[in-house]
Design a protein around this ligand. Structure first.
Ligand SMILES: Nc1ncnc2c1ncn2[C@@H]1O[C@H](COP(=O)(O)OP(=O)(O)O)[C@@H](O)[C@H]1O
Ligand SMILES: [Mg+2]
Length: 295
């Protein structure tokens, strides 16, 4: 089972080039697509989900030519869009039964059984009769996963599913997502590094429509081994550090300013070598891409 994206490009009518020759091979399990706002994640996901066209390139999933046979892909797809839209004044159970019917589960018994099974899985069974518009943010996202699971999909796409969840809700949602990925292809897009390090066995980082790096989170992280350095500084020293070094991030730690830089060799000026994190690798790629644009 495998999703293969080849040389996919897309320019919107307003001239924004949202995807630039994107090629990815995605196997079973949870795949993380990490990138900043505007990187092109939603464009890529809507294209895979057959909701919009590309200018060039191909997508294939288990022998289905996705761009030429959209109705075939839709039969095996579960999709949670970034903006799942309005939550109507009906119960979770009612809406799931309705969506199940639309997805082609025509046997009423079968549809009822599947809805019950999924409501239990996403832990909404006890509140299945409550109106969706009374649900919390976390409950709405779990409902979003429930509708994506209907019809036994082989490919699930979830676009920024954890944005806006509080830490407890996010944790619950992680538990739910981590159960999905084993036997099907799940693609999760996010701008949150922790989503990827917690959930994904394979990943890509995209920036300005381009694939910047692919690999397992461990490999991506290890790509900077021995090259990351950090130092505690005074706030007033920040600018000169940005001028002098390749600063990839700065943050406060217990009230003190810390800068993280990338350098091939031990830099002058009291830096300490740091074990690279996935976040360091991500910030470094974005830093390099922005630097290239400025030059
Ligand atoms: N329908 C559209 N028309 C014009 N530009 C768009 C449209 N959708 C997205 N874009 C632009 O394409 C780029 C990529 O957007 P998007 O795919 O939504 O990125 P992400 O999901 O990573 O934030 C952005 O510059 C965005 O403004
Ligand atoms: Mg998006």
């Amino acid at each position: 089972m495998n999703l293969s994206i080849n040389n996919l490009s897309k320019t919107y009518p307003n001239g924004v080039q949202a995807l630039k020759e994107v090629s990815l091979t995605i196997g079973k399990g949870m795949y993380g697509l990490l990138g900043q706002n505007g990187a092109g994640k939603s464009t890529l996901m809507r294209t895979i989900a057959t909701l919009q066209d590309a200018d060039q390139g191909t997508i294939s999933f288990n022998g289905i030519d996705v761009l030429k046979q959209p109705e075939e892909l839709r039969k095996v797809l579960g999709y949670l869009p970034q903006d799942f839209g309005v939550y109507p004044n009906v119960s979770a159970e009612e809406l799931l039964l309705h969506i199940g019917e639309m997805k082609g589960i025509t046997q009423q018994n079968e549809c009822q059984d599947q809805v019950k099974f999924i409501l239990n899985k996403v832990n909404l069974y006890d509140v299945r009769k409550k109106r969706l518009d009374s649900y919390s943010g976390g409950m709405k996202q779990r409902f979003g996963i429930a509708q994506a699971l209907l019809g036994d999909p082989q490919l699930i796409i979830v676009d920024e599913p954890t944005a806006g969840l509080d830490p407890m809700e996010r944790n619950r949602f992680y538990n739910l997502l981590s159960e999905l990925g084993e036997n099907i292809v799940v693609i999760l897009s996010t701008h949150i590094v922790e989503d990827v390090s917690t959930l994904c066995n394979d990943m890509a980082i995209i920036g300005q429509g381009k694939v910047l790096l692919t690999g397992s989170p461990d490999e991506v992280q290890a790509s900077l081994m021995g090259k990351v350095w950090e130092k505690q500084i005074g706030k007033s020293e920040l600018n000169e550090h940005y001028e002098k070094y390749d600063v990839i991030s700065n943050h406060f730690h217990m009230g003190k300013m810390m800068v993280t830089i990338v350098a091939e060799e031990m830099p002058n000026g009291a830096f300490v070598k740091k074990t690279p994190t996935l976040e360091d690798a991500y910030f470094n790629l974005i830093h390099n891409q922005q630097k290239t644009v400025l030059l």
